[in-house]
Every structure is written in structure tokens, then in C-alpha cells.
Design a protein around this ligand. Structure first.
Ligand SMILES: Cc1cc2nc3c(=O)[nH]c(=O)nc-3n(C[C@H](O)[C@H](O)[C@H](O)COP(=O)(O)OP(=O)(O)OC[C@H]3O[C@@H](n4cnc5c(N)ncnc54)[C@H](O)[C@@H]3O)c2cc1C
Length: 302
């Protein structure tokens, strides 16, 4: 094991949640380290939408601006992956992939989620440009277009119905699966959502902009946007390593102040329960930052 570095707070994850927590803790004169390995969830996207004052900004620019704003505080940002995390006697110890050890009184997990993409060849080319998972992030840009929704069996029904807010022309693709009940089919029909259960063999388009969905029967359906509903998972297993409680949706259960079931361990952003938007992640980071500082103040008081 290499050197041990001591901090007031270790933050794992330098997305909007981790950086905003670092901002509040830096401003509270805390010695903070943020670890980040550059996999922020929306790095695929061209634009970050729905964040007041920064609507449409490039996600990369948002992160860089946040990092620059932290430069005047006692906040170190290390581009390293943390592979293990433990807690003992009121301290947290984490190790990077090179085996260096870092210790702190409090730990914030802001490690985010990663999306499970539909198993369609070459879908990464389109992801974040014309293939999306969140209607609040990208529905507006797809308004009044023929929208495809992807979900196996019943998984896409809710999203297909929701997309009617953005376009009258919505088709649910179940990619060769067909476990929909008669009531499901009637619900879709009543709401004028078209259904296609044929297997998808590929996508066609230009420069990441979808034009057609290619089906196993040779048909080519014209769509400019595809929204999928295939779920997401934790970006790393540190929550499990630390013994966090998870909800049935696979996110870490947190209390009002972003605190977890482990004393001194906080969780903010997509990794924790609640809505998955940049502005919400940033707000949760701020809330965790304040709560951590207040806990440290209580411990310091004589
Ligand atoms: C394609 C796409 C487009 C989106 N568009 C929008 C949008 O327009 N508007 C909007 O509000 N939301 C959008 N979102 C959602 C948004 O990306 C998330 O809500 C937001 O990024 C959550 O912030 P976070 O800080 O919790 O996690 P993230 O931004 O995912 O950051 C987590 C960070 O933790 C790091 N990390 C994880 N594990 C470790 C580890 N072990 N060691 C070191 N670092 C680690 C990762 O590298 C990552 O940088 C979009 C998501 C996607 C996938």
C-alpha cells in the first residue's frame, strides 16, 4: 500500500453532483478531494437541456466550467478511478487503481449511473444525437417528428404514452418480443400509439442522425428520433462495498440530507434515489455539501 493522504471529505465522482458538493464544501473551508474518471453520464449528448441559465450548453463545457470555478478553493481534483472503499472507526479509506490510499472523515458518493443501451448494432453512433432515454432532456428537440420508442415486451408502454406530449406520431417497437396483454394493446390503440413487434436488425442515418429503423422483414420505417426504456445500473460497485441500502430500482436509498444508512456516508445525484437530471444532481450535491459541513461542525464543537 502506498502513501496515505488525509482530507476532511472525499468525493467520488466529478459530475454535477460531486462538483456542486465540492463547491459548497470548498466555500466552507474544508479540505476536499474529488476523484473522477471522466465517465459522466451525459458525455454522449451534444447538449445539456433543461438547466436554467445553461440550457443547451455542451456537457463537457459544463464540467470544465465547474472545475474552473473550484480552482480558488481547497479542492483537489484527481483524474483517477477509485476501486475500493471501506469505513472503520468513523473514517473512510479509499484506494485508487495504483494502490494509493486516501482517508477522510466523511465520504460522498456521486458516482452516477450508466444506461443499458438496446442491443442494436451501431447504436452508439446515434446515442445522444438522435437516440435518447429521457423525454425531458430531448423531447423538445424531437417535437412533432415521427418518434420511435424502444422497449422489450411491456417495458416501453409508459414511455410511448408519455411521448404523445411531444408528438402525435409515436410507434412502440418491441424488437421481436410480444408479451403485451389485450388490455395493453387496447391502451396503446386508444391513445393512438402504433405498435411494431418485428425484430429490429439495424439503424440507418447520417452522422448520428437517425433516418430509418430497419426491420427483419426488410421493411424500413422512417423515424428521426428513438427513445429507449431499457434501464440503467450503478456506474461502480462502491455503494455495495460500503454496505449501502438500495431501492428496488437499483439506486442507493438516501434520507432527507442525502445521508445513507452508513453514518458519515452521503450519496448524491443519479446514484441516489430521485429524479435524474443535471440540475437535480447538482442540487443534491449542494444539499450533501451543506449537510456534511454541518455534521463536521457538530463534531468539532467543544
Ligand atoms: C445521453 C444523455 C443525455 C442526457 N441529457 C440530459 C439533459 O439534457 N439534461 C439533464 O438535465 N440531464 C441529462 N441527462 C442526465 C444527466 O446526465 C444526469 O442526470 C447527470 O449526469 C447526473 O449527474 P451525477 O453527478 O449524479 O452523475 P454523472 O454526471 O454520471 O457523474 C458521475 C461521475 O462519477 C465518476 N465515477 C464513477 N465511479 C467512479 C469511480 N469509482 N472512481 C472515480 N470516478 C468515478 C464518473 O466518471 C462520472 O464522471 C442525460 C443523460 C444521458 C445518458
Amino acid at each position: 500500500m502506498k502513501e496515505k493522504y488525509m482530507y476532511d471529505v472525499i468525493i467520488i465522482g466529478g459530475g454535477p453532483a460531486g462538483l456542486n458538493a465540492a463547491m459548497l464544501l470548498g466555500r466552507s473551508r474544508r479540505k476536499v478531494v474529488v476523484f473522477d474518471n471522466g465517465q459522466h453520464r451525459n458525455r454522449w449528448a451534444q447538449h445539456m437541456n433543461g438547466f436554467l441559465s445553461s440550457d443547451g450548453m455542451r456537457p463537457h463545457d459544463f464540467i470544465q466550467k465547474g472545475r474552473a470555478e473550484l480552482a480558488k478553493y481547497n479542492v483537489e481534483i484527481l483524474e483517477k478511478v477509485i476501486v475500493t472503499a471501506t469505513h472503520s472507526k468513523g473514517n473512510f479509506i479509499v484506494n485508487d487503481a495504483e494502490g494509493t490510499m486516501y482517508k477522510a472523515k466523511k465520504l460522498l458518493l456521486a458516482t452516477g449511473l450508466k444506461d443499458k443501451l438496446p442491443e442494436i448494432a451501431d447504436i452508439e453512433t446515434y446515442y445522444g444525437k438522435s437516440v435518447h432515454h429521457c423525454q425531458y432532456c430531448d423531447g423538445w428537440e424531437s417535437r412533432d417528428q415521427p418518434i420511435a420508442v424502444y422497449g422489450l415486451n411491456r417495458d416501453g408502454i409508459g414511455q410511448a404514452l408519455a411521448m404523445k406530449t411531444w408528438s402525435a406520431d409515436v410507434t412502440l417497437f418491441t424488437d421481436g418480443t410480444n408479451k403485451l396483454s389485450r388490455l395493453d394493446a387496447e391502451l396503446l390503440q386508444r391513445n393512438e400509439v402504433k405498435l411494431c413487434t418485428t425484430k429490429i436488425t439495424g439503424l440507418a442515418g447520417d452522422n448520428g442522425m437517425l433516418q430509418e429503423i430497419i426491420l427483419a422483414n426488410g421493411e424500413r420505417r422512417q423515424h428521426k428520433a428513438l427513445f429507449f426504456s431499457t434501464g440503467s445500473k450503478q456506474q461502480c460497485d462502491l455503494g455495495e462495498q460500503l454496505g449501502c441500502e438500495f431501492t428496488s430500482k437499483g439506486v442507493i436509498r438516501t434520507r432527507r440530507q442525502q445521508n445513507s444508512n452508513i453514518p458519515g456516508l452521503y450519496v448524491a445525484g443519479d446514484a441516489a434515489r430521485d429524479m435524474q437530471l443535471v440540475i437535480v444532481a447538482a442540487a443534491e450535491g449542494a444539499r450533501a455539501g451543506v449537510a456534511i459541513n454541518m455534521e463536521l461542525q457538530r463534531e468539532e464543537r467543544k
